[in-house]
Design a binder for this molecule. Sequence first.
Ligand code: CDP
Length: 805
Amino acid sequence: MNDQTLTAEERAANLKGMGCARKRVEDVRFTQGKGNYVDDIKMDGMLFGDFVRSPYAHARVKSVNKEAALALPGVIAVLTAEDLAPLGLHWMPTLAGDKQMVLADGKVLFQGQEVAFVVAEDRYIAADAAELVDVDYEELPVITDPFESLKSDVVLREDLEGQTEGAHGPRKHHNHIFTWEQGDKDATEAVLAEADVVAEEMVYYHRTHPCPLETCGSVASMDKVTGKLTLYGTFQAPHAIRTVVSLISGIAEHNIRVISPDIGGGFGNKVGAYAGYVCSVVASIVTGKPVKWVEDRMENLMSTAFARDYWMQGKIAATKEGKITGLWCHTTADHGGFDACADPTKFPAGFMNICTGSYDIPMAYLAVDGVYTNKAPGGVAYRCSFRVTEAAYFIERMIEVLAIKLNMDAAELRRINFIKADQFPYQSALGWEYDSGDYHTAWEKALKAVDYDSLRAEQAQRVEDFKAGKTRKVLGIGLTHFTEIVGAGPVKNCDILGLGMFDSCEIRIHPTGSAIARLGTISQGQGHATTFAQIIASEIGLPADDITLEEGDTDTAPYGLGTYGSRSTPVAGAATAMAARKIRAKAQMIAAYLLEVHDNDVEWDVDRFAVKGAPERFKTMKEIAFAAYNQAIPGLEPGLEAVSYYDPPNMTYPFGAYICVMEIDVDTGEWEVRQFYALDDCGTRINPMIIEGQVHGGVTEALAIAMGQEIAYDEMGNIKTGTLMDFFIPTAWETPNYTTDHTVTPSPHHPIGAKGVGESPNVGGVPAFSNAVHDAFRPFGLVQSHMPHDHWRIWKIANNLGMHG
Ligand code: CDP
């Protein structure tokens, strides 16, 4: 069939544009072993670097003896802080305005800290030589508890001693980093004092780690002839890395090419700058050869950016009918040895002030104290927008605790307090403007889907049976309604190290009507090559299959702030639509010229411009593209391309209703997820299949975090979960089936109405699993316990409640 005979619907379907469950184009390469990751990069004469790491969590480094290592055949160099100091590279700036040692400068502050960098002809020699570097340590007292840290005489950061002012305001103790306050303290305390009911609880979100399948790494190649540095690496924000490398090395930005090749998962772990990146660059400059550094799994877990570690003391006030009147939260944030959190500059505790969640809470106050301890630095958004997961977990636990205090059903308590659809755009007590939402509709759909009333009846019967000795299994119904905040910018509020958080897309249409689009973002498995082509297909009427997508090369892609915190769709997705619309505007003029009518007399029709009232007279986008290059059009430059730098007016606020039904054996602590229902609303849905995949992956990560995954330390600061033997990664065996569902409430300010989705399932999943555990024991008197809910901790809950007889 030709274009004349196809209906508009058929032509639209052929484009595989927005709304189509288009298969992932990237998977042809990935499933055939044709991915190109950092460790696949091989260059002539390439050397390999490896770190000597501290076995101690806190120690003075008295001396480093390199002799034996340098004597090993194949070893080229051993770098220490002394070697980096003349270049000013022995410390580096962190994303949070602090500074961090690249190599130990006088002392170490966490186990696994980088002490020396060995460069050798192959990675095995480098590893052997690292063993031969003789470091003389003097152990110092270790602090792993942030509350103790604020009371201790031990000064962790001697380099900051006497500094009463930090990057985010006054420091009140030598181990204190900042205090960040939001909301009205006095008014909130007045509400709490007058309330009918106040529930108070300490909610701890334990330290965990994004643990991407591919660890971090880089290959640096300094060409001394051209003066050009090429840096391949696992970077979630390649342009930001280029700017930072330029600022700290003094190499002009046009002489630095940063390339993120394929990335095997990031989840926030690959946002920050690591000592390995700096050392590979320095080693390449020193040796004149390309230098590769790729960490192993234990190094990744032990030294790269962790997530969470928030102690959240909460108070929630309500009337006796259950209307919430106020929320108070004080958070103690354990940032480890350096403040290397990845948060926008003005938000030292990220978007923790979204902790009022999905609820219309008239008065609220939040204070966050950042604290140094002898743990690894980091504090990244592990598959969430900056600290939103902590905020969502906090409010969803506080709602459950309040429901217990009020002796009320937790689903009903949520229903009473949701922000109503007609209240959007909604101004929260802690300063956000929620763009759109319809929480009641999503909630009722979710409760109906799982037949909530029947589940509650079954649970009540189960309690009876347990008490009668007929069963040893209890039943929990974990409810969650979360609101995310994704899509940082806007630039006026959001920057990292002064770099404004806009994003970009450049589209170039080729004469024969295919296209290439380049973006400032970088996919780490999210399928951007598939979905962003779909946006363009719908906007300009060329088939998605004819559109190539390129990301991650700073020499070719327009400047952007990268991919994390579900910002790709809200920001770069918007830039993509805007760039496409610029192309369509030019195409309209070309079409009008070709059809010999005025610009205003043609209208857009799926993949073409047609004369108004005469749809049989049209020019397809393919025809227009050819004419754009090959036909002299008066008043118009040849060519058909556009670039858009998009500074979003607001964030987007995706939301969801998740329900987890869990069976728990009180004698073994074993749990089984019987049902997991996830309803997500991410506004306009670009690719339903990809969204479902994002939800499956994110809920599985949430399962891991809630039910076992943690970075734990002993009192000496030894990491206890530094291998995958101890750090829980769910396999197919532990992963349950999920039911996904959706509602669609478009973002009013996004060009295509889309909100982000990638992080939502982690944000909503963790409280759903945790609430299921709590709910199972609620009839037996449990109010609050700490994650992760591994078998041992669950057994202890049952034991403490006297359920073992
Ligand atoms: O920034 P990141 O790519 O991690 O997250 P995202 O913007 O939420 O997008 C994750 C994937 O889901 C991308 O391939 C998006 O294009 C897709 N997506 C979608 O199809 N529809 C939406 N409304 C949001 C995301």
